[in-house]
Design a protein around this ligand. Structure first.
Ligand code: BEZ
Ligand code: FE
Length: 292
């Protein structure tokens, strides 16, 4: 094409894709080019604005390392991570939600009724529920991974004062699908806003806060792995999560309790349980894995 115009550029780009382009890649590129080119045409994007965008992307690359991925954070605050979750979710399963950057491999196992709170400051929460399939049948042996912030709003890998695996564990659902553990109430926290993502948030008057949450990964053979988070109904940031992770089925209630007898004798934290404490009931529903 010798004379490309604003009207013919998108098609010209697609014509450049050779026969080795897989159908799915062609489909994705077709839509990507269409929307990107339309964005430029419709906004009348100036050279200065595009230069600024490239500068922001360059800074995003410069600040990204093994510990911090600013590209993922951009995807999060632009709502792309959540949208990918939404378009891939199954209506009869628990909603998925962002993984976030603070998950680490190797969390230690915790028995049914085990305690994660230990010496952590904050109110004790007894979390229990079951893992089920969409028909309500228990998924025995499901693996449940949990991680969360301490009372100071920091994950163990952000805070040198916390042991490496503080407030992180792997549980196994019992035969009836039940799981239970005690922990501490997590605190709301901010996503990192000292880089290019922060520049965007500040320029648009957005705050970097996320509502407090418990992160979970729930897996069982034959089922789609669920990556999700669970949020308390009384959190002040529930309706303004910086990364759009909240879904109505992921909201739980902290129920204040004063009767210690409600906690079974074999729960590890029972002897040191102080009143008041809180209970949370949350069930997970896993969709069947139909990918094979
Ligand atoms: C988190 O929940 O840990 C998180 C998610 C997205 C961006 C930053 C943090
Ligand atoms: Fe988090």
């Amino acid at each position: 094409m010798r004379h490309v115009t604003a009207d013919t550029l998108t098609q010209t780009f697609l014509d450049y894709c050779g026969p080795e382009t897989s159908p799915r890649l062609r489909f994705l590129l077709e839509h990507l080019a269409k929307h990107l080119h339309t964005f430029v045409r419709e906004t009348g994007l100036t050279h200065a604005e595009w230069r600024k965008a490239i500068e922001l992307l360059t800074k995003t690359g410069e600040i990204t390392d093994d510990e911090r991925n600013e590209f993922v954070l951009f995807s999060d605050v632009l709502g792309v991570s959540s949208l990918v979750d939404m378009v891939n979710s199954k209506p009869d399963a628990t909603s998925s939600s962002v993984l976030g950057p603070f998950h680490i491999l190797g969390a230690p196992p915790l028995a049914y009724g085990g305690d994660l709170k230990n010496d952590n400051d904050g109110a004790t929460v007894v979390v229990k529920g079951a893992v089920r399939d969409p028909a309500g049948n228990p998924i025995s042996g499901a693996e449940i991974e949990i991680w969360q912030t301490a009372d100071n709003g920091l994950y163990s890998n952000q805070d040198p004062q916390q042991p490496e695996y503080n407030l992180r564990a792997r549980l196994t659902a019992r035969d009836n699908g039940d799981y239970a553990f005690t922990t501490v109430r997590p605190a709301p926290y901010t996503v990192p806003d000292d880089g290019p993502v922060g520049e965007l948030l500040h320029a648009t008057g957005r705050h970097p806060w996320r509502p407090s949450h418990l992160h979970f990964i729930v897996m069982a053979p034959g089922y789609r792995t669920l990556v999700t988070e669970v949020f308390p109904s009384d959190d002040p940031y529930l309706d303004e999560d910086a990364v759009f992770g909240v879904r109505s089925d992921l909201i739980m209630n902290y129920v204040e309790q004063t009767d210690r007898n409600l906690v079974p004798e074999d729960f590890e934290a029972k002897p040191r349980l102080t009143s008041p404490y809180y209970t949370v009931d949350f069930d997970f529903v896993l969709a069947a894995d139909t990918s094979e």
